[in-house]
Ligand binder design. Structure first.
Ligand code: ADP
Ligand code: MG
Length: 679
């Protein structure tokens, strides 16, 4: 039963089944001093009388308890017969429950009653834990109370050595943490509220510290053992491009990140770097230049994008930039025709093609490289770990990996989810960008919005209309989109205006054609679903209208908005919604209107949704802790990380005597000891 309902298999699991809260039954309240502000009260007195009142639904058992200072009413609506039988008038009882007031008189409904004659019912010396249990368990009589008894009994048979300390003494001292044994006792049975807090702090720290330690060990092991292709030099390809063909001056952040990448790739170990940069921060050019270093070292590189549109765009951009240098770029997607595909595959296999852009099609078995030296993954959150791993296998020595994401991840989240990767941030936008002005408008302001759009179009600008189509296959939403399209068309009729549309039900080719018409300015308006979300770059588009904006998550809104504000024109993002918007949605919209800083938005997202849902996380499992919550416990996380780093720097194999307990704890995983299983 415990197994199935709560996943409790062992004593250890039971110890880790933490109480939801505690009841303070260490004090007895004098009845005469009860005031309406009190919540849970415990009183002690003599049971004066009991009687059943009312009929049917209002049938209840009413009793009165008296102490030296006053009388309180006790009421039961359920289990009346049983309660009546178990209590005796004239006896002393402790009554505990939630305080209510009726006609100015204090009362407790369904109090827990304990006879004072009963030795165990004496006033508690510790706070009483309330455990989470399921309805099924309750029905079987195993309520939170009974769980407390089980746990209490467990503490009678175990000793401090069963919960040995795993943290080094120096940390315990400097952070004033209670011992592990103490923490487990206090989290279940604190003497007072302080103790509970101490226990929680200690256990949260332990949890985060152990997780960080594992990540750092993984990372440093990789650094020490992973052999990588050495890109020893920066040569002609890179330098010629840098000096003669780079269309703009790199930002300081771009230069810094390129340097980090260069160092990694020249070090002799495999690079595994996460590159984060807000939308529009210019990650693509960094990837391109890293690829040029690969060329200088006679290696091939690939860049994998999540959509055809994006792959196509990278391909166009790379081809244009590299053409003057005589470097050929290939493209491989699901819709590449077989003749072209054959040519590309041959070029990769014999090494004549040194840069390939593509989608998932790149990881297919048929794709063989002569010497793959660098694999770039764009917008990584659209890919799984397994897909990434398949790129590794395309070379005997694993290629350097550069993983790029525009989903800003709060530092704390990145530390936990990607702690084993090296990490670079482009935290600076190219110069000359004016922040996108964002406003929230209700549907009934549509005419004004459309007027505004007309005036923008007359200035030569282009406009996106985005509709929420989350599950592209759903027929209903598809019809909504079509309705939306017709609606836009009604406001902007041909031949004065031309509209292109892109959605997930189109073939890649159709998408491409429509996208291309927009890029070429043949159409002024793009109606789209979120397929446009990632990476697309049309600098002349200066207005984005997001329909039913309340249906989108924060990071998605931010991604979408990133499609505008890419040129030098003043850009706008208009969030349309109905008038009935929930509180959370309203919060999201107001965050969007108040900032364009992706990191701030990500922090806010983390706050609003909790870590489990954040897109861009690699494995949400890595973010689920028993006690710690990375949104709230940022401070502890930073601390834990700093200690983990310090310890491993000093003693990477955890060989020092003071680190032995820690080492063995990590080795057993979760200390199972020789505890038997509960069945
Ligand atoms: P993202 O980081 O979102 O992938 P992109 O790489 O698509 O951003 O870059 C966005 C736009 O900014 C592109 O048009 C690119 O050419 C331009 N850009 C990139 N770096 C710079 C720079 N240092 N100065 C000016 N424009 C730049
Ligand atoms: Mg991009």
């Amino acid at each position: 039963m415990l197994k199935k309902e709560l996943n409790i298999f062992t004593f250890e699991d039971l110890l880790n089944h933490f109480p939801l809260r505690h009841l303070d039954r260490t004090r007895v309240q004098l009845i005469g001093q009860i005031t309406p502000g009190m919540d849970m009260v415990q009183v002690k007195g003599v049971l004066l009388n009991m009687e059943i009142l009312g009929e049917r639904r209002s049938r209840r058992l009413v009793a009165h308890l008296r102490d030296a200072t006053g009388v309180i009413e006790l009421t039961w609506f359920q289990g009346i017969n049983w309660v009546q039988k178990s209590l005796a008038v004239g006896q002393q009882y402790l009554a505990f429950g939630k305080l209510g007031f009726f006609l100015g008189k204090p009362q407790i409904t369904h109090p827990e009653m304990e006879s004072v004659q009963d030795a165990a019912a004496a006033v508690k010396s510790h706070l009483e834990p309330v455990y989470p249990v399921t309805e099924k368990l309750k029905a079987r009589g195993l309520n939170g109370r009974a769980m407390a008894k089980l746990t209490q009994q467990l503490f009678l048979v175990i000793e401090p050595k069963d919960l040995p300390e795993n943290l080094p003494p120096s940390i315990l001292t400097s952070e004033r943490l209670v011992s592990r044994w103490q923490a487990y006792q206090f989290i279940h049975f604190p003497l007072q509220a302080d103790n509970y807090q101490q226990a929680v702090n200690r256990l949260k720290f332990e949890e985060l510290f152990i997780a960080q330690l594992r990540l750092w060990m993984l990372r440093s092991a990789r650094h020490r053992y992973s052999r990588g292709i050495v890109f020893a030099k920066v040569g002609d390809a890179f330098n010629t491009f840098f000096h003669e063909h780079l269309p703009f001056e790199l930002t300081g952040a771009q230069k810094r990140v390129l340097k980090e990448i260069r160092q990694d790739m020249g070090s002799g170990r495999q690079m595994n770097r996460l590159l984060q940069g807000d939308v529009g921060s210019g990650k693509t050019i960094v990837a391109l230049m890293a690829m040029l270093i690969a060329i200088d070292n006679c290696a091939q590189s690939c860049i994998m994008a999540p959509t055809e549109i994006l792959a196509r765009q990278h391909f166009d951009q790379f081809s244009k930039l590299l053409e003057p240098m005589g470097i050929k770029v290939g493209i491989l997607t699901g819709s590449t025709k077989s003749a072209a595909r054959k040519e590309v595959l041959a070029g990769l296999a014999e090494g004549s093609l040194s840069i390939i852009v593509g989608t998932h099609a790149l990881i297919e078995d048929a794709v063989r490289f002569k010497q793959l030296g660098l694999a770039v993954i764009d917008e990584q959150h659209k890919f799984g770990v397994a897909q990434r791993a398949r790129l590794w296998e395309k070379s005997t020595i694993p290629p350097h990996m550069l993983v790029m994401t525009a989903t800003p991840i709060p530092r704390t989240l990145a530390m936990t989810a990607y702690g084993d990767l090296d990490y670079s941030v482009i935290d600076e936008l190219p110069p000359g960008r004016t922040p996108v002005l964002t406003v929230h408008r209700l549907d009934d302001a549509r005419p004004q919005v459309m007027d505004f759009i007309r005036s923008e179009i007359s200035l030569g600008r282009q406009v996106y209309f985005i509709f929420p189509l989350i599950e592209e296959s759903e027929k209903l939403q598809y019809e909504d989109l079509m309705k939306g399209y017709d609606n836009v068309k009604a406001w902007f009729p041909e031949p004065q205006y031309w509209i292109s549309m892109v959605h997930g039900r189109m073939t890649a080719e159709q998408k491409d054609i429509n996208m291309q018409r927009f890029v070429n300015k043949d159409t002024q308006i793009m109606v789209s679903t979120t397929v446009i979300e990632v990476g697309v770059n049309v600098p002349n588009a200066s207005v984005m209208v997001i329909e039913s904006a309340e249906k989108f998550g924060l990071s998605q809104l931010h991604q979408l908005r990133g499609r505008v504000g890419r040129g030098s024109e003043k850009s706008y993002c208009i969030l349309l919604s109905g008038s009935q918007v929930g509180k959370d949605a309203k919060d999201r919209l107001s965050v969007m209107c108040s900032t364009t800083d992706g990191f701030k938005i990500a922090e806010k997202d983390l706050e609003l949704r909790g870590p489990g849902d954040i897109s861009g996380t690699r494995q949400s499992g890595a973010l689920n802790f028993r006690l710690a919550n990375i949104a709230e416990d940022r401070h502890i996380l930073e601390l834990a990380r700093a200690y983990a780093e310090k310890i491993l720097e000093l003693d990477h194999g955890l060989e020092l005597p003071t680190h032995q307990p820690l080492k063995s704890f990590l080795q057993i995983g979760r200390a199972k000891g020789e505890w038997s299983k509960i069945s």
